[in-house]
Design a protein around this ligand. Structure first.
Ligand code: ADE
Length: 256
């Protein structure tokens, strides 16, 4: 898999992707990263990539030609036409499902905008899909591109130690992940749930399934409709909720 990022700030992208887990995978050639400096494709003496808006308005807009030529430098060398993604707050909001879809492409090209954005004509010509990483506005598309690359790259075989490392995680099965614990068994008077130390695999699997529903219900009730919850599941979930409510009741005991 190859990621190519068209950007005015290639070092920002490289610094991020070359660090940590993705950096190790890059060094082992599990995937490839190219960055293309859009400014290198200016056809004016001042290396100017942006200009004022037709029709008025504040700020500057990135011009068509440097963006087009930067993109074309990639496309003209690619064996197959890559899939081009424009990062913008107006795109469809990025999800785990979208990350899985993008994993199917052999070559993804990310176009990062700056200033007030990019002239619509070049977007209409080169962009296959527009993605936002959330309903807020960043100074540019680089952080968004890094976010998408990270979410896709970690699912490439060999990037994480094993696929089970991500298959059980939040959002992979539409719900959130069950809470996880490591040593010591008791910390600050809090004990690891006894089912997890029981060694009973079927019970552990069932506890994780129910806990995943419970966490989704508590933290992201908007996702609950994606999950199958039986009547008997609800009995357990309601009992857990009642027990949690008891735990969180203010202490009514006399303090003197
Ligand atoms: N560029 C600026 N804001 C963005 C966002 N929320 N998502 C993707 N790209 C962006």
């Amino acid at each position: 898999m190859r990621f190519t990022v068209l950007t005015l700030f290639p070092e920002q992208v490289r610094n991020f992707v070359e660090a940590s887990i993705t950096g190790r995978a890059l060094a082992r050639d599990i995937f490839a990263l190219d960055t293309v400096q859009i400014r290198d494709f200016c056809d004016n003496a001042y290396n100017k990539v942006d200009d004022t808006l037709y029709g008025g308005g504040t700020g500057m807009l990135m011009m068509c030609e440097p963006v087009y030529q930067a993109w074309n430098s990639v496309i003209s060398q690619a064996k197959e036409r890559p899939h081009t993604v424009f990062l913008s707050p107006q795109g469809a909001v990025f999800t785990q499902k979208k990350a899985q879809e993008l994993l199917e492409y052999r070559h993804l090209v990310f176009l990062c905008g700056h200033y007030e954005g990019i002239d619509r004509r070049v977007l209409d010509e080169i962009v296959d899909e527009e993605i936002s990483i959330g309903d807020y506005v960043l100074t540019g598309g680089e952080i968004a591109a890094c976010t998408v690359i990270d979410a896709v790259a970690r699912m490439i075989p060999g990037v994480l130690p094993s696929s089970s490392a991500y298959e059980e995680e939040s959002h992979m099965g539409a719900g959130l992940e069950a809470p996880q614990y490591t040593h010591p068994e008791i910390w600050h008077d809090m004990r690891v749930p006894s089912v997890l130390t029981s060694g009973h695999h079927a019970n552990i699997r069932e506890w994780k399934r129910l806990m995943s529903i419970y966490e989704t219900w508590r933290k992201r009730p908007d996702l609950l409709a994606n999950l199958e919850v039986s009547e008997s599941d609800w009995i357990t979930l309601l009992a857990w909720r009642a027990a949690d409510a008891d735990k969180n009741e203010p202490d009514t005991k006399d303090s003197d």
